[in-house]
Design a protein around this ligand. Sequence first.
Ligand code: CO
Length: 134
Amino acid sequence: MIGKLNHVAIAVPDLAKAAAIYRDALGAKISAAVPQAEHGVTTVFVTLPNTKIELIAPLGDNSPIAKFLKRNPDGGMHHVCYEVPDIRAARDALKAAGARILGDGEPKIGAHGKPVLFLHPKDFAGTLVELEQA
Ligand code: CO
């Protein structure tokens, strides 16, 4: 069912500092910071030859990553995103297999303008998993 690794998201307390280390020390191509008000994060996209890294920092008072950063004050890996050809079919198959879908279970438009869903980390080896329709 799963296809390519679309991105790995890393939550960071200081977006400019994290972006600078990817750009300057690692020599990666980075985007400008993109505020995603509907997701409660600001994102910097790091483009690698085979996938992307998304540096995400809290935006607003109710950011979904605020709690994560409280537990991980230096930042850390927040989720991995896998591509699937049909997100509703993937959701239905995963539900039938006993996996929990976060939120109301309906795909939302993600940071790349495509439908996404999040899966419960307890069902996926302790990792928050995002599915994105390819
Ligand atoms: Co993501």
